[in-house]
Design a protein around this ligand. Structure first.
Ligand SMILES: Nc1nc2c(ncn2[C@@H]2O[C@H](COP(=O)(O)OP(=O)(O)OP(=O)(O)O)[C@@H](O)[C@H]2O)c(=O)[nH]1
Ligand SMILES: C[S@@+](CC[C@H](N)C(=O)[O-])C[C@H]1O[C@@H](n2cnc3c(N)ncnc32)[C@H](O)[C@@H]1O
Ligand code: SF4
Ligand code: SF4
Length: 321
């Protein structure tokens, strides 16, 4: 079992399979980075899987594939199948922008993927285009329909921004409610890669917009998720993720692995240790020692907004969010 120095069990790994993306979201990657990680520096799916096998043997029960845009990586279904075949009861999920999902959903489901979280920031084609800097909406909506059709469980993530998509909170909530998909509104997290003039909506602002039309109860946190959940009178649940808070850190169960093999103990800290050289030379014991070290050094909580206000300079498209 992987237990950190605050007695938290780490049983969730978020794996970013590429930092590349076919969108240029204004809050994440408005411009193509000056240079991408060279392809030869990426761990192969076989190498990533060898490492994940160790992690699963150590008690990991949940794996989320993310990116950049994970659907850009060729043979993703084969990677998913490797994990599924090794541990069929693992909670195997993916976070995606869904642009390429229509053609991939069935293959991913057949390979063993169980759930997807899709980012949808607008239901208006021109607003979606302004945010992603590409005409994306129809493909995304078709991707979601296909995912539901093939039986994948779907959640939606939206980043509400003042003057851009803040008038669509209820529309997106209702789009999700009609399809029985949970929506989580993520407060915009400042980072040095985003467009400078963005102002995100905070939780009280979001709640007061929803209150104009719906009554709801506060359900608190669900398990280990950073999402705070609320329940409408008809039982539909929506969530809000407030990254500047740290109450959910007490129950944190996750670490992150980047496409180049950096193991990151916390979203907000720049420290990371590499497993790359170990897995490349087949030294699985060495990789397991790095895993234990990273878990041991996991910080108690983020320090965003605290006295010593530590701000991560690492981009979300690198860490996988
Ligand atoms: N502060 C903080 N935010 C996180 C963490 N994990 C996820 N988030 C935020 O939640 C967003 C959405 O996460 P997802 O990729 O949908 O994954 P998830 O919330 O673990 O998904 P579920 O397993 O469905 O609960 C991320 O982009 C982050 O903004 C975390 O460990 N700390
Ligand atoms: C980095 S993306 C990777 C997966 C995929 N490309 C997608 O967009 O779903 C993962 C999540 O991070 C969120 N995200 C990225 N930058 C963010 C920011 N600055 N503030 C809040 N959420 C952010 C996105 O909305 C998305 O839900
Ligand atoms: S949020 Fe996702 S889709 Fe948008 S630029 Fe970042 S990685 Fe790409
Ligand atoms: S901010 Fe760090 S400690 Fe808190 S939930 Fe996220 S990864 Fe865990």
């Amino acid at each position: 079992m992987l237990v950190d120095s605050y007695d938290r069990v780490v049983d969730y790994i978020r794996v970013s399979v590429t930092e590349r993306c076919n969108f240029r979201c204004n809050y994440c990657m408005p411009e193509k980075p000056f240079s991408w990680v060279p392809k030869e520096n990426l761990l192969t799916f076989e190498e990533l899987f060898e490492f994940l096998r160790v992690a699963i043997d150590e008690g990991v029960k949940k794996i989320r594939i993310t990116g950049g845009e994970p659907l850009l990586r060729e043979d993703l279904d084969k990677f998913i199948k490797m994990i599924y075949d090794y541990k069929p009861d693992i909670d195997l999920a993916m976070t995606t922008n869904a642009f390429l999902l229509k053609g991939a959903a069935q293959k991913l489901k057949d390979a063993g993927l169980k759930r997807i979280n899709v980012s949808i920031d607008s239901l208006k084609p021109e607003v979606a285009q302004k945010i992603a800097q590409k005409d994306v909406l129809q493909n995304v909506l078709d991707g979601v329909d296909e995912a539901l059709k093939v039986g994948l469980k779907v959640k939606v993530n939206m980043v509400p921004m003042k003057g851009i998509n803040s008038d669509e909170i209820l529309d997106l909530l209702e789009y999700c409610k009609d399809r029985n998909m949970t929506i989580r509104f993520i407060e915009y997290m400042e980072n040095k890669h985003a467009q400078e003039d963005i102002q995100g909506l905070k939780s009280p602002e979001l709640l007061s917009i929803i209150k104009e039309k719906y009554s709801f109860e506060d359900e608190g946190f669900d398990g280990h998720s950073p999402s705070h959940y609320y329940k409408l009178e008809d039982g539909y649940e929506f969530g809000i993720i407030e990254p500047y808070e740290d109450d959910f850190c007490k129950k944190c169960n996750r670490i992150r692995l980047t496409a180049e093999g950096h193991l990151i103990p916390c979203l907000y800290f720049d420290e990371a240790m590499s497993i790359a050289e170990f897995v490349k030379r087949g030294d699985i014991k060495g990789a397991a020692l790095v895993l234990k070290e990273v878990v041991k050094n996991k910080p108690e909580k983020n320090r965003w907004g605290g006295e010593d206000d530590e701000v991560s300079t690492r981009a979300f498209y690198e860490t996988g969010g």
